[in-house]
Write a protein that binds this ligand. Structure first.
Ligand SMILES: [Zn+2]
Ligand SMILES: [Zn+2]
Ligand SMILES: [Zn+2]
Length: 212
């Protein structure tokens, strides 16, 4: 059987979590027991491979569970499999991938994506839905207030803008930052609705007459 004499391993540093891609050659095991791999980032040596009898023993410090794991890999699998992955027995996450550079890199990218959506996917979706809902509420509240103003149901306590709207100095509606501002142009009185208030569309909807 002809084996490849070079392959790639990839893992996340168990200390700093930086992804590592390392090449291994058969010559690494000639005349010596094995090879230790140093993290490119924090320089910690938390992976080593030794050749014991006919097996390649990969010793890896696992950042996912904080333990050390040993994988005994047959030469055929170690050198000839295009991509093989090894999992943490406790966290069940892939912590080591061996194979050709191309396949290993591809698999690592896929796992990264899965990992990210696993962590952030649901939370992000929830936050997004909440945001959409609150924007819809604000929009609806603005509509309600504009309709009240149009119907002449916004009045001022100064009496110069009476309910009914006719003959008054008028009331202006402006958005001020993240709030809605109603202003009596006759006396300058102001009523502000904060975004939080506008989000409570059920309360806004109950307003029949708005007094400034
Ligand atoms: Zn590191
Ligand atoms: Zn583990
Ligand atoms: Zn007024």
């Amino acid at each position: 059987m002809l084996l490849n004499n070079q392959n790639t391993i990839t893992y996340r540093c168990g200390v700093c979590e930086a992804p590592q891609i390392k090449s291994v050659s058969m010559f690494d095991f000639v005349g010596k027991g094995g090879k230790a791999f140093f993290c490119d980032d924090c320089k910690d040596a938390n992976v080593s491979i030794i050749k014991r009898r006919k097996m390649y023993c990969v010793k890896i410090f696992c950042g996912d569970c904080g333990e050390e794991h040993i994988f005994n890999i047959k030469p055929e699998r170690f050198w000839d499999e295009e991509v093989a992955e090894y999992r943490c027995p406790l966290a069940d996450s892939v912590i080591l991938i061996t194979g050709t550079l191309e396949k290993v890199q591809k698999r690592m990218d896929e796992l990264d994506e899965e990992y990210m959506t696993g962590i952030f996917g649901e939370e992000m979706l929830e936050a997004e839905q909440l945001l959409v809902q609150s924007l819809e509420n604000i929009f609806e509240s603005l509509n309600v207030i504009h309709n009240l103003a149009r119907a002449g149901k916004v009045s001022c306590t100064c009496g110069r803008n009476p309910s009914g709207g006719r003959g008054g100095d008028d009331i202006s509606i402006t958005t001020a930052g993240l709030a809605l501002e109603l202003k009596c142009n006759a006396c300058g009185a102001v009523k502000v609705f904060s975004m939080n208030e506008l989000e409570n569309v059920d309360i806004i909807k109950k307003i029949k007459n708005l007094k400034i």
